[in-house]
Design a protein around this ligand. Structure first.
Ligand code: ZN
Length: 245
């Protein structure tokens, strides 16, 4: 049996095993993904994970919608561990997530990103009628993908480029190899000017509403403008401090 045949045989066995484990009402979209995969996953949880990994934009939207159902905990506000550099906090790149903080963590069975119950296979709805959340899970599979998307959007550059029909969001020029994924409102500015906005609306700054792909040249010009803005803000802060009583 050559390598290719062995691989095909392995896939057949894996598919048969998954099919035998399939509960009633398994999401059709996930099963369609399973049968189309080059390497069939070993478990149904891995199948759900693979489905969301293939749909990061959908995961982004869903995670924000789930978080909107929960809302922020009473009295919570977005704060940072202050580790000052150039007069700015350094951790504003991490999306605000109150339910990941020890003070608001809701325990097992609740997603630490959106605060909603986690069900079988890390799914976000109890479509199996289990009547209770998972005893161990602390993330929805969708929220894992959304979190990765929010914290490393450049990893999905190909998808984001396609969404813009391969045109730069600023210059409309064709996007070539050096194109960059960019936050329309830079994250330092989100922290500086928007941090008191309600959660989870804030998460949109990490998601698709605030992401664009631009040419390398457009990105360089935009970054230079942002750096100038930051320097101006720092000078204004110093002048303000020096004239304050
Ligand atoms: Zn979640």
């Amino acid at each position: 049996m050559n390598r290719q045949t062995r691989f095909a045989h392995r896939n057949e066995l894996a598919l048969a095993r998954l099919y035998s484990q399939l509960p009633p009402r398994f999401p059709n979209a996930v099963w369609r993904k399973v049968v189309s995969m080059r390497r069939v996953p070993d478990t149904l949880s891995e199948a759900v994970q693979a489905y969301w990994q293939a749909h990061p934009l959908r995961a982004d939207r869903l995670a924000r919608a789930l978080a909107a159902q929960t809302g922020a905990p009473d009295g919570w506000s977005w704060t940072l561990d202050i580790d000052r550099r150039d007069g700015l906090p350094t951790h504003f790149r991490t999306p605000p997530a109150p339910y990941r903080e020890a003070a608001h963590w809701r325990g097992h069975g609740v997603c630490c990103v959106c605060g909603q119950p986690v069900y079988r296979y890390g799914w976000h709805r109890d479509i199996w009628g289990d009547g209770r959340p998972s005893r161990r899970a602390t993330w929805h599979q969708a929220c894992v993908t959304a979190w990765k998307f929010w914290t490393a959007p450049h990893a999905n550059a190909v998808l984001l480029k396609k969404r813009q029909r391969l045109r730069c969001a600023v210059t409309r020029k064709r996007l070539l190899r050096g194109a960059q994924v960019d936050h329309k409102v830079p994250l330092f500015q989100v922290w500086r000017e928007h941090r008191h906005e309600p959660w989870p609306d804030l998460l949109a700054f990490w998601g698709i509403p605030n992401l664009q792909v631009v040419t390398r040249e457009a990105h360089t010009i935009k970054c230079a403008g942002e750096a100038g803005g930051r320097a101006k803000a720092r000078r204004a802060a110093v002048e303000h401090a020096s004239i304050a009583p």
